[in-house]
Design a protein around this ligand. Structure first.
Ligand code: TMP
Length: 210
C-alpha cells in the first residue's frame, strides 16, 4: 500500500447518477490536467484492467438477471483490487495523477444506497482492499434523477443498472449527497443541471484549488 502521500500523484474521482454528463466532463478534466503538463492516467470502474473490463461486462450485462446484491458488491471490489494493484497504485507511486470515472463512492451509492447493503460491510471491504488509500478529491455531478434519466434515455440499449427504476436512482443520489455532506473536505458537489459552460466553470474552480 501507498505510504508517502506527499510524494504521490493526486487521485481524482468523478461520480454521479445516470445522465449527469460524466463522459463529457471526464474529457474536460482530462484536457485541463494534461494542459498543465501533468502526467495523467485516465481510467474507469468497474474496469480499467483487462480482467476488470471482463468483470465490468458481467456486471453490466442486462441478461445477468439472477445476480444477487452480495455477488455484485464482491465483483465490484474484485475488479477494484485488480485495478489498484495493477494500475492505480503503481501510477500514483510514480508521481502520476490518476483520474478515475467512478470509484468506491459508487459502491456506497449503488450497492449501499440503491441495493440496501449495510454501509459498514462496504467500509470493511474498502479497508481490506484499499488500506488507507482514498481519492484526494471526489467530484459529484448532481441533478434531479428524472432529469438525468431523461437525458440518459436518449442513448442505446440500457445496461443492468440503467434498467433500474427511478426510486433506485433516488436512493443512489441521496447516498452520494449524504457522503458529501459527511465529509465536505473530500467531496465537491457540482450542480450538473445548468449549461455545459457553467458546469465546467464550476469544475475548473475545483481543479484550480488542487
Ligand atoms: P457507467 O459509469 O459507465 O455509467 O457504468 C458503470 C455502472 O456501474 C453504473 O451504473 C454504476 C455502476 N457501479 C456500481 O454499481 N458500483 C460501483 O462500485 C461502480 C464503480 C459502478
Amino acid at each position: 500500500m501507498i505510504n508517502n502521500i506527499s510524494e504521490r500523484g493526486r487521485f481524482i474521482t468523478l461520480e454521479g447518477t445516470e445522465g449527469v454528463g460524466k463522459s463529457t466532463n471526464m474529457a474536460f478534466i482530462e484536457n485541463w490536467i494534461r494542459d498543465k503538463g501533468i502526467e495523467l492516467v485516465v481510467t474507469r470502474e468497474p474496469g480499467g484492467t483487462e480482467l476488470g473490463e471482463k468483470l465490468r461486462a458481467l456486471l453490466l450485462d442486462a441478461k445477468e438477471t439472477a445476480m444477487c446484491a452480495d455477488t455484485e458488491l464482491l465483483l465490484m471490489f474484485a475488479a477494484r483490487a485488480q485495478h489498484l494493484q495493477q494500475l492505480i497504485i503503481p501510477a500514483l507511486e510514480a508521481g502520476k495523477w490518476v483520474l478515475c470515472d467512478r470509484f468506491t463512492d459508487a459502491t456506497y451509492a449503488y450497492q449501499g444506497g440503491g441495493r440496501g447493503i449495510d454501509m459498514q460491510r462496504i467500509a470493511e471491504l474498502e479497508q481490506w482492499v484499499q488500506g488507507d488509500l482514498r481519492p484526494d478529491i471526489t467530484l459529484i455531478l448532481d441533478m434531479p434523477v428524472e432529469e438525468g434519466l431523461k437525458r440518459a434515455g436518449q442513448r442505446s440499449a440500457p445496461d443492468r443498472f440503467e434498467l433500474e427504476k427511478q426510486d433506485f436512482f433516488r436512493k443512489v443520489r441521496q447516498a452520494y449527497l449524504d457522503r458529501a455532506a459527511a465529509n465536505p473536505q473530500r467531496y465537491r458537489v457540482i450542480d450538473a443541471s445548468p449549461g455545459i459552460e457553467q458546469v465546467q466553470s464550476s469544475i475548473e474552480t475545483v481543479l484550480e484549488s488542487l
